[in-house]
Design a protein around this ligand. Structure first.
Ligand code: IDC
Length: 468
């Protein structure tokens, strides 16, 4: 996150309609700019980001044409717009949440393309038929003499101040400016076992040194968790929410069901717990609810039924918070039990402002899981609420190459993530060396495991949170 740097967006200056002009004398000022970035390229394929900025008058409803040098360049998958292609021209049409582009507003689109032979760089872009030359034109002979300067939006100092209340927009998580954001952070271990790891020093290190956007609070239900003392666990979760809030981090409240894998086993407990935490935290902007960590051995239909009973309990108390639903087979979108994302796409949870969880363990889950995420990302709002850099057991080989491939993919797709675990557990998934939580030092590099060092280096890079 850009915690202390006040990076101010350049003031956009656009032609506005002047009160002195004759009625109907001026047609809409039009103009656009496209920032095109190839984010990765491989033999026969590439991925590109297309940032479209409207330099003209506000528009509601738009399409962007992308002219390729020839028709061997194909958009095979796109996001944040509906993508089609005819001959050498691809067209991106707005989706609902980015239909309106005010003057100076931008929207980030992207696509995966294939090509054979020549360089795939597009030759031109046009927004609603007007070439994106980076300047403004008016179709009228009478031009306005009035300039309007848009005010610079306030830039906060931490993730919650900058982004405010989040909401789901299309397949993305959007901030208060309705722009997609990626949250990167860490998950606790089971708070029933590693409670001492979560204190002012460790949370300061996570916010200030790691520059973490997100703190996931893993509250196991079984295994000496919530079921043994509901009020104590509820209180502890609430205090951890406050500690995250005080440091400008989002807090993800994880109802950590695992064994048994049918979330309906804990349906009544979930209703009681979420009614309490949603009521208590309703006025906060930093809370995200994750209602079922890892359903397993249970059908998607059963998970959906659970979600459709728990979500209304949360909404009754906290109507605007984002809710994340676990998916079949340890939140693998079904893949680990031989299914795939289509079961969710074809039968989504009947609720709005929700996302679906995807989990992976990098040493166990590789290309076929990455392929599922790549396919699903343009159809479903996804959040990687838990992942490990190791085997699915939480231990074994630390897999730097697979973890890096995963994080590169999540960065490209702007999918948020939380790493298992910010703890000193004696297992290779833990970010802190055993014994760290017995002391007060969470900041020096000596406290980090191999996994912790990699994750800290990834999470602490500057965030790219749009502020207009
Ligand atoms: C693991 C912990 C381990 C603990 C075990 C059982 O790392 O110390 O003994 O749970 O509770 C998950 C789960 C997560 C697992 C983790 C690693 O969400 O609870 O934690 N994992 O096995 N899904 C896939 C892997």
């Amino acid at each position: 996150m850009k915690r202390s740097t006040a990076v101010l967006a350049a003031c956009a200056v656009a032609l506005g309609s002047a009160a002195t002009m004759l009625p109907n004398a001026v047609a809409a000022a039009q103009g656009c700019k496209v920032d095109y970035t190839v984010t990765s390229q491989w033999s026969g394929g590439f991925q590109a980001g297309v940032k479209v900025t409207n330099l003209g008058d506000p528009i509601s409803g738009w399409s962007l044409t992308v002219a390729f040098p020839n028709s061997t360049q194909r958009v095979t998958q796109g996001w944040n717009a509906t993508w089609t292609q005819s001959g050498s021209t691809a067209t991106a049409t707005n989706v609902d949440w980015n239909r309106t582009l005010s003057t100076g507003a931008s929207t980030d689109l992207g696509f995966v393309g294939s090509y054979s032979g020549s360089n795939p760089t597009p030759t031109s872009f046009a927004l609603n038929g007007v070439a994106c030359t980076g300047s403004t034109t008016s179709t009228s002979t009478t031009s306005s003499t009035t300039t309007t300067t848009t005010t610079t939006p306030p830039v906060g100092r931490n993730p919650v101040e900058i982004n405010g209340q989040l909401r789901v927009c299309g397949v993305n998580l959007c901030n208060q400016y309705n722009r997609p954001v990626q949250l990167r952070g860490m998950s606790t271990h089971g708070i029933q076992w590693f409670d001492k790891c979560y204190n002012n020093n460790s949370l300061d290190a996570l916010a200030n040194d790691w520059k973490s956007d997100l703190f996931r609070i893993a509250m196991y239900v079984q295994e000496q968790g919530y079921e043994t003392n509901p009020s104590a666990f509820t209180n502890r979760v609430n205090s951890l929410v406050d500690m995250a809030e005080a440091r400008g981090m989002y807090a993800m409240i994880d109802f950590h069901i695992l064994t048994p894998g049918d979330p309906n086993f804990n349906l009544q407990r979930a209703k009681t717990f979420f009614a309490a935490v949603a009521q208590r935290n309703a006025n906060k902007k930093n809370v995200i609810y994750e209602i079922a960590n890892e359903p397993n051995g249970v059908s998607w239909a059963s998970i959906k039924s659970y979600a459709e009973q728990v979500i209304p309990v949360i909404r009754a108390a906290d109507p605007d918070a984002v809710v994340i639903v676990g998916t079949r087979a340890w939140s693998s979108l079904g893949v680990s039990e031989g299914s795939n994302e289509t079961e969710v796409i074809n039968n989504p949870v009947n609720a709005t402002n929700i996302m679906y969880a995807f989990h992976f363990y990098a040493a166990s889950h590789k290309d076929n899981y990455r392929a599922a995420v790549s396919r699903a990302a343009s159809r479903l709002p996804l959040f990687v609420t838990e992942f490990g850099s190791v085997l699915a057991t939480g231990g074994g080989t630390f897999d730097r190459a697979s973890t890096t491939a995963w994080l590169d993919l999540l960065d490209q797709l702007k999918i948020g993530y939380a790493n298992w675990t910010y703890s000193d557990a004696n297992e290779s998934s833990a970010a802190l060396r055993p014994g760290t939580c017995n002391g007060g030092d969470y900041s020096s590099s000596g406290v980090l495991t191999e996994s912790g060092a990699l994750l800290k280096s990834r999470i602490s890079t500057p965030d790219n949170f749009p502020t207009s």
